[in-house]
Design a protein around this ligand. Structure first.
Ligand SMILES: [Zn+2]
Length: 375
Protein backbone atom coordinates (compact mmCIF):
# COMPACT_ATOMS: atom_id res chain seq x y z
CA UNK A 1 0.00 0.00 0.00
CA UNK A 2 1.38 3.37 -0.97
CA UNK A 3 1.32 6.44 1.25
CA UNK A 4 -1.23 9.17 0.65
CA UNK A 5 -0.75 10.69 -2.78
CA UNK A 6 1.12 13.97 -2.74
CA UNK A 7 2.05 16.58 -5.33
CA UNK A 8 5.28 14.61 -5.81
CA UNK A 9 3.35 11.42 -6.52
CA UNK A 10 1.30 13.31 -9.02
CA UNK A 11 4.32 14.77 -10.81
CA UNK A 12 5.99 11.35 -10.91
CA UNK A 13 2.87 9.73 -12.37
CA UNK A 14 2.30 12.56 -14.84
CA UNK A 15 5.76 12.05 -16.32
CA UNK A 16 5.41 8.25 -16.51
CA UNK A 17 5.18 6.71 -19.99
CA UNK A 18 4.38 3.06 -20.62
CA UNK A 19 6.31 3.18 -23.94
CA UNK A 20 5.34 -0.06 -25.74
CA UNK A 21 3.03 -1.48 -23.11
CA UNK A 22 0.14 0.36 -21.51
CA UNK A 23 -0.62 1.58 -18.04
CA UNK A 24 -3.81 0.71 -16.24
CA UNK A 25 -5.51 3.58 -14.38
CA UNK A 26 -8.37 2.56 -12.16
CA UNK A 27 -10.51 4.74 -9.89
CA UNK A 28 -13.22 2.98 -7.92
CA UNK A 29 -15.66 4.63 -5.57
CA UNK A 30 -17.47 2.82 -2.76
CA UNK A 31 -20.55 3.69 -0.78
CA UNK A 32 -20.25 4.34 2.95
CA UNK A 33 -18.71 1.36 4.75
CA UNK A 34 -21.21 -1.11 6.12
CA UNK A 35 -19.81 -2.29 9.41
CA UNK A 36 -18.79 -5.92 9.44
CA UNK A 37 -19.60 -6.38 5.79
CA UNK A 38 -16.80 -7.14 3.39
CA UNK A 39 -16.97 -5.28 0.16
CA UNK A 40 -16.62 -7.44 -2.88
CA UNK A 41 -13.81 -5.32 -4.23
CA UNK A 42 -12.63 -7.96 -6.67
CA UNK A 43 -16.06 -8.06 -8.35
CA UNK A 44 -16.08 -4.27 -8.61
CA UNK A 45 -12.59 -4.28 -10.12
CA UNK A 46 -13.53 -7.02 -12.58
CA UNK A 47 -16.66 -5.18 -13.70
CA UNK A 48 -14.58 -2.06 -14.36
CA UNK A 49 -11.93 -4.04 -16.27
CA UNK A 50 -14.63 -5.84 -18.28
CA UNK A 51 -16.10 -2.50 -19.36
CA UNK A 52 -12.61 -1.32 -20.22
CA UNK A 53 -11.85 -4.35 -22.40
CA UNK A 54 -15.04 -3.65 -24.38
CA UNK A 55 -13.60 -0.28 -25.40
CA UNK A 56 -11.54 0.00 -28.60
CA UNK A 57 -8.07 -1.36 -27.74
CA UNK A 58 -5.28 -2.68 -29.93
CA UNK A 59 -4.30 -6.37 -29.63
CA UNK A 60 -1.14 -5.38 -27.76
CA UNK A 61 -3.12 -3.26 -25.33
CA UNK A 62 -5.59 -6.04 -24.77
CA UNK A 63 -2.75 -8.46 -23.91
CA UNK A 64 -1.26 -5.85 -21.57
CA UNK A 65 -4.60 -5.26 -19.89
CA UNK A 66 -5.07 -8.99 -19.22
CA UNK A 67 -1.56 -9.16 -17.72
CA UNK A 68 -2.45 -6.31 -15.33
CA UNK A 69 -5.73 -8.02 -14.50
CA UNK A 70 -3.81 -11.08 -13.31
CA UNK A 71 -1.73 -8.90 -10.95
CA UNK A 72 -4.79 -7.05 -9.74
CA UNK A 73 -6.50 -10.35 -8.91
CA UNK A 74 -3.50 -11.45 -6.88
CA UNK A 75 -3.58 -8.24 -4.79
CA UNK A 76 -7.35 -8.04 -4.33
CA UNK A 77 -7.55 -11.62 -3.17
CA UNK A 78 -8.39 -12.52 0.38
CA UNK A 79 -5.90 -10.44 2.27
CA UNK A 80 -6.71 -7.02 0.86
CA UNK A 81 -8.70 -4.86 3.26
CA UNK A 82 -10.53 -1.96 1.68
CA UNK A 83 -10.53 0.91 4.17
CA UNK A 84 -11.49 3.98 2.21
CA UNK A 85 -14.30 5.52 0.24
CA UNK A 86 -12.41 5.14 -2.97
CA UNK A 87 -9.42 3.39 -4.42
CA UNK A 88 -6.96 4.59 -7.03
CA UNK A 89 -4.57 2.26 -8.83
CA UNK A 90 -1.90 2.85 -11.46
CA UNK A 91 -0.25 -0.34 -12.73
CA UNK A 92 2.21 -1.16 -15.47
CA UNK A 93 4.08 -4.37 -14.78
CA UNK A 94 6.62 -4.18 -17.64
CA UNK A 95 7.90 -0.87 -16.25
CA UNK A 96 7.54 -1.79 -12.59
CA UNK A 97 4.77 0.67 -11.77
CA UNK A 98 2.33 -0.20 -8.99
CA UNK A 99 0.74 2.69 -7.09
CA UNK A 100 -2.31 1.90 -5.00
CA UNK A 101 -4.06 4.46 -2.83
CA UNK A 102 -7.09 4.17 -0.60
CA UNK A 103 -8.72 7.54 -0.08
CA UNK A 104 -11.21 8.67 2.54
CA UNK A 105 -12.85 10.85 -0.12
CA UNK A 106 -15.05 9.85 -3.07
CA UNK A 107 -13.87 9.75 -6.66
CA UNK A 108 -15.59 9.09 -9.94
CA UNK A 109 -15.17 5.52 -11.19
CA UNK A 110 -12.84 5.56 -14.17
CA UNK A 111 -10.90 2.79 -15.92
CA UNK A 112 -8.36 3.53 -18.65
CA UNK A 113 -5.58 1.68 -20.36
CA UNK A 114 -3.28 3.98 -22.25
CA UNK A 115 0.33 5.09 -22.68
CA UNK A 116 0.08 7.58 -19.80
CA UNK A 117 -1.57 7.27 -16.39
CA UNK A 118 -4.93 9.09 -16.16
CA UNK A 119 -3.80 11.46 -13.43
CA UNK A 120 -6.20 14.33 -14.02
CA UNK A 121 -8.79 13.06 -11.59
CA UNK A 122 -6.15 12.52 -8.93
CA UNK A 123 -4.99 16.08 -9.57
CA UNK A 124 -8.55 17.27 -9.23
CA UNK A 125 -9.04 15.32 -5.97
CA UNK A 126 -5.83 16.74 -4.49
CA UNK A 127 -6.77 20.20 -5.69
CA UNK A 128 -10.29 20.10 -4.29
CA UNK A 129 -9.37 18.69 -0.91
CA UNK A 130 -9.00 21.17 1.88
CA UNK A 131 -6.33 20.88 4.51
CA UNK A 132 -7.63 21.38 8.04
CA UNK A 133 -5.69 22.59 11.04
CA UNK A 134 -7.26 21.19 14.21
CA UNK A 135 -6.13 22.94 17.38
CA UNK A 136 -6.97 21.27 20.70
CA UNK A 137 -6.26 23.05 23.97
CA UNK A 138 -6.18 22.05 27.57
CA UNK A 139 -4.81 23.97 30.53
CA UNK A 140 -1.17 23.35 29.78
CA UNK A 141 -0.79 22.24 26.24
CA UNK A 142 -1.85 22.95 22.71
CA UNK A 143 -2.00 20.17 20.14
CA UNK A 144 -2.24 20.93 16.44
CA UNK A 145 -3.21 18.24 13.95
CA UNK A 146 -3.02 18.61 10.22
CA UNK A 147 -5.89 16.72 8.56
CA UNK A 148 -5.79 16.07 4.84
CA UNK A 149 -7.76 13.65 2.65
CA UNK A 150 -9.68 12.54 5.73
CA UNK A 151 -6.56 11.46 7.64
CA UNK A 152 -4.23 12.96 10.25
CA UNK A 153 -1.04 13.61 8.28
CA UNK A 154 0.97 15.27 11.05
CA UNK A 155 0.66 16.70 14.54
CA UNK A 156 2.62 18.74 17.06
CA UNK A 157 2.11 19.37 20.79
CA UNK A 158 3.32 22.48 22.60
CA UNK A 159 3.50 22.80 26.37
CA UNK A 160 3.13 26.29 27.73
CA UNK A 161 2.92 25.89 31.49
CA UNK A 162 -0.36 27.46 32.49
CA UNK A 163 -0.81 25.18 35.43
CA UNK A 164 -4.28 26.16 36.55
CA UNK A 165 -3.37 24.46 39.82
CA UNK A 166 -3.53 26.02 43.28
CA UNK A 167 -0.57 28.32 43.78
CA UNK A 168 1.71 28.12 46.83
CA UNK A 169 0.01 29.41 50.00
CA UNK A 170 -0.16 32.99 51.19
CA UNK A 171 -1.79 34.61 48.20
CA UNK A 172 -5.03 36.49 48.35
CA UNK A 173 -7.83 35.13 46.17
CA UNK A 174 -7.73 38.22 43.94
CA UNK A 175 -4.02 38.01 43.41
CA UNK A 176 -4.30 34.31 42.66
CA UNK A 177 -7.06 34.97 40.11
CA UNK A 178 -4.97 37.65 38.39
CA UNK A 179 -2.02 35.34 38.20
CA UNK A 180 -4.16 32.56 36.82
CA UNK A 181 -5.64 34.85 34.16
CA UNK A 182 -2.15 36.01 33.26
CA UNK A 183 -1.07 32.41 32.86
CA UNK A 184 -4.11 31.61 30.75
CA UNK A 185 -3.33 34.59 28.55
CA UNK A 186 0.30 33.50 28.13
CA UNK A 187 -0.84 29.97 27.32
CA UNK A 188 -3.35 31.21 24.74
CA UNK A 189 -0.78 33.47 23.10
CA UNK A 190 1.70 30.59 22.87
CA UNK A 191 -0.99 28.36 21.37
CA UNK A 192 -1.76 31.05 18.80
CA UNK A 193 1.96 31.36 17.97
CA UNK A 194 2.12 27.61 17.45
CA UNK A 195 -1.00 27.69 15.27
CA UNK A 196 0.40 30.58 13.23
CA UNK A 197 3.68 28.78 12.60
CA UNK A 198 1.87 25.55 11.61
CA UNK A 199 -0.41 27.63 9.39
CA UNK A 200 2.64 29.01 7.65
CA UNK A 201 4.22 25.58 7.26
CA UNK A 202 1.08 23.68 6.19
CA UNK A 203 -1.21 26.25 4.62
CA UNK A 204 -4.45 25.18 6.30
CA UNK A 205 -7.55 26.06 4.31
CA UNK A 206 -9.71 25.89 7.41
CA UNK A 207 -9.16 25.71 11.15
CA UNK A 208 -11.21 23.88 13.80
CA UNK A 209 -10.71 24.45 17.50
CA UNK A 210 -11.43 22.09 20.38
CA UNK A 211 -11.04 22.41 24.13
CA UNK A 212 -12.73 23.61 27.34
CA UNK A 213 -15.13 26.56 26.97
CA UNK A 214 -13.09 29.08 28.94
CA UNK A 215 -9.96 28.49 26.87
CA UNK A 216 -11.96 28.43 23.60
CA UNK A 217 -13.55 31.80 24.34
CA UNK A 218 -10.20 33.35 25.29
CA UNK A 219 -8.56 31.91 22.18
CA UNK A 220 -11.25 33.05 19.75
CA UNK A 221 -11.07 36.53 21.26
CA UNK A 222 -7.31 36.74 20.82
CA UNK A 223 -6.91 35.20 17.33
CA UNK A 224 -5.51 37.58 14.74
CA UNK A 225 -7.90 38.28 11.87
CA UNK A 226 -6.05 36.15 9.29
CA UNK A 227 -6.40 33.02 11.41
CA UNK A 228 -9.88 33.83 12.71
CA UNK A 229 -11.20 34.09 9.14
CA UNK A 230 -10.27 30.43 8.64
CA UNK A 231 -11.98 29.12 11.76
CA UNK A 232 -15.02 27.16 10.63
CA UNK A 233 -16.09 25.57 13.89
CA UNK A 234 -15.38 24.61 17.49
CA UNK A 235 -15.92 21.32 19.27
CA UNK A 236 -15.34 19.79 22.67
CA UNK A 237 -12.50 17.33 22.97
CA UNK A 238 -9.96 15.97 25.41
CA UNK A 239 -6.42 16.90 24.54
CA UNK A 240 -5.38 13.26 24.81
CA UNK A 241 -8.03 12.02 22.36
CA UNK A 242 -6.73 9.67 19.66
CA UNK A 243 -6.44 10.84 16.09
CA UNK A 244 -9.43 8.67 15.17
CA UNK A 245 -11.55 10.28 17.90
CA UNK A 246 -10.57 13.76 16.75
CA UNK A 247 -11.51 12.81 13.18
CA UNK A 248 -14.86 11.48 14.38
CA UNK A 249 -15.59 14.64 16.40
CA UNK A 250 -14.66 16.98 13.54
CA UNK A 251 -16.12 15.09 10.59
CA UNK A 252 -19.52 16.81 10.80
CA UNK A 253 -17.88 20.23 10.96
CA UNK A 254 -15.72 19.45 7.96
CA UNK A 255 -18.66 18.12 5.97
CA UNK A 256 -20.72 21.19 6.83
CA UNK A 257 -17.87 23.43 5.65
CA UNK A 258 -17.59 21.46 2.40
CA UNK A 259 -21.35 21.60 1.84
CA UNK A 260 -21.24 25.38 2.37
CA UNK A 261 -18.52 25.65 -0.25
CA UNK A 262 -20.58 23.56 -2.69
CA UNK A 263 -23.67 25.71 -2.07
CA UNK A 264 -21.61 28.75 -3.02
CA UNK A 265 -20.35 27.14 -6.25
CA UNK A 266 -23.79 25.89 -7.32
CA UNK A 267 -25.38 29.24 -6.40
CA UNK A 268 -22.78 30.96 -8.57
CA UNK A 269 -23.38 28.60 -11.52
CA UNK A 270 -27.18 28.98 -11.35
CA UNK A 271 -27.10 32.78 -11.00
CA UNK A 272 -24.51 33.28 -13.71
CA UNK A 273 -26.21 30.91 -16.17
CA UNK A 274 -29.61 32.50 -15.64
CA UNK A 275 -28.29 36.03 -16.06
CA UNK A 276 -26.33 35.29 -19.23
CA UNK A 277 -22.94 35.11 -17.48
CA UNK A 278 -20.04 32.69 -17.97
CA UNK A 279 -21.81 29.53 -16.87
CA UNK A 280 -24.04 26.78 -18.23
CA UNK A 281 -26.65 24.53 -16.67
CA UNK A 282 -28.15 21.31 -18.00
CA UNK A 283 -26.83 18.76 -20.49
CA UNK A 284 -27.93 20.66 -23.60
CA UNK A 285 -25.59 23.56 -22.88
CA UNK A 286 -22.88 21.98 -20.77
CA UNK A 287 -21.81 18.99 -22.89
CA UNK A 288 -21.09 21.04 -26.06
CA UNK A 289 -19.21 23.64 -23.96
CA UNK A 290 -17.08 20.83 -22.48
CA UNK A 291 -16.21 19.42 -25.89
CA UNK A 292 -15.30 22.89 -27.13
CA UNK A 293 -12.85 23.25 -24.23
CA UNK A 294 -14.66 26.28 -22.81
CA UNK A 295 -15.25 24.82 -19.35
CA UNK A 296 -13.16 25.99 -16.40
CA UNK A 297 -14.96 23.98 -13.72
CA UNK A 298 -17.47 21.19 -14.29
CA UNK A 299 -20.01 20.90 -11.48
CA UNK A 300 -21.83 17.58 -11.15
CA UNK A 301 -24.17 15.93 -8.70
CA UNK A 302 -22.08 13.24 -6.94
CA UNK A 303 -22.63 9.78 -8.42
CA UNK A 304 -24.83 11.15 -11.16
CA UNK A 305 -25.39 8.67 -13.97
CA UNK A 306 -26.94 9.98 -17.15
CA UNK A 307 -27.35 7.71 -20.13
CA UNK A 308 -28.20 9.13 -23.48
CA UNK A 309 -27.10 9.75 -27.05
CA UNK A 310 -25.15 12.64 -28.44
CA UNK A 311 -23.38 13.76 -31.59
CA UNK A 312 -19.58 14.26 -31.58
CA UNK A 313 -20.11 17.92 -30.71
CA UNK A 314 -22.02 17.01 -27.58
CA UNK A 315 -25.50 17.94 -28.74
CA UNK A 316 -27.80 15.64 -26.83
CA UNK A 317 -30.17 13.87 -29.21
CA UNK A 318 -33.84 13.48 -28.43
CA UNK A 319 -35.68 10.23 -29.19
CA UNK A 320 -34.23 7.93 -31.84
CA UNK A 321 -32.90 10.54 -34.27
CA UNK A 322 -29.80 9.26 -36.14
CA UNK A 323 -28.70 12.69 -37.25
CA UNK A 324 -28.18 15.65 -34.94
CA UNK A 325 -30.91 18.25 -35.37
CA UNK A 326 -28.47 21.07 -34.60
CA UNK A 327 -25.38 20.18 -36.64
CA UNK A 328 -26.45 17.23 -38.85
CA UNK A 329 -23.61 15.05 -37.52
CA UNK A 330 -24.15 11.36 -36.83
CA UNK A 331 -25.60 10.60 -33.39
CA UNK A 332 -23.73 7.90 -31.44
CA UNK A 333 -25.07 4.95 -29.46
CA UNK A 334 -26.67 5.26 -26.06
CA UNK A 335 -23.91 5.52 -23.44
CA UNK A 336 -22.96 7.06 -20.13
CA UNK A 337 -22.90 10.78 -20.78
CA UNK A 338 -21.48 11.44 -17.30
CA UNK A 339 -18.27 9.57 -18.20
CA UNK A 340 -18.16 11.46 -21.48
CA UNK A 341 -18.55 14.77 -19.67
CA UNK A 342 -15.88 13.99 -17.06
CA UNK A 343 -13.51 12.63 -19.72
CA UNK A 344 -13.93 15.82 -21.74
CA UNK A 345 -13.32 17.92 -18.63
CA UNK A 346 -10.12 16.05 -17.76
CA UNK A 347 -8.91 16.20 -21.36
CA UNK A 348 -9.29 19.98 -21.40
CA UNK A 349 -7.73 20.64 -17.95
CA UNK A 350 -11.07 21.66 -16.46
CA UNK A 351 -11.53 20.87 -12.78
CA UNK A 352 -14.40 18.69 -11.66
CA UNK A 353 -16.42 19.41 -8.54
CA UNK A 354 -18.89 16.85 -7.26
CA UNK A 355 -21.59 18.24 -5.03
CA UNK A 356 -23.87 16.63 -2.47
CA UNK A 357 -26.60 17.71 -0.04
CA UNK A 358 -28.62 20.84 -0.70
CA UNK A 359 -26.30 21.98 -3.52
CA UNK A 360 -27.00 18.68 -5.29
CA UNK A 361 -30.75 19.13 -4.83
CA UNK A 362 -30.64 22.56 -6.46
CA UNK A 363 -28.46 21.36 -9.32
CA UNK A 364 -30.58 18.23 -9.88
CA UNK A 365 -33.54 20.37 -10.92
CA UNK A 366 -31.31 21.58 -13.80
CA UNK A 367 -30.26 18.11 -14.95
CA UNK A 368 -27.57 17.62 -12.31
CA UNK A 369 -24.84 19.27 -14.35
CA UNK A 370 -23.48 22.74 -14.85
CA UNK A 371 -20.23 24.52 -15.51
CA UNK A 372 -18.29 27.68 -14.96
CA UNK A 373 -16.90 28.75 -18.33
CA UNK A 374 -13.50 30.15 -19.32
CA UNK A 375 -15.09 32.20 -22.10
ZN1 LIG B 1 -24.73 18.08 -33.12
Amino acid sequence: MSELPSERTLRRLASFRAVRAGVLSLYLSFGPAVHGKRRNIRAAVDAALDRLSESPLTERQRTGLERERTNVHRIFGRRFKPSGRSMVLFACEPRGLWELFQLQVPSLSIARFAERPAVSQLASILDEQERYGVLILDKERARILSVYLGEVEDEVTRKSGYSGRTAAGGWSQARYERRREGQLHTHIMKAIDALASEQQRRGFDRILIGGPDEALAALLGALPRGLRARVSGTFSCELSASGQTVLRRTRKLMEAAERNGEDVVVGHVLNAAKSGGLATIGWEETLPALLEGRVHKLVLVDRLRHRGRSCPRGHVAAGRARVCSRCQEHVGANHDLTEAAVGAALDTQASVEMVRGSAAQRLRTEGGIGAILRY
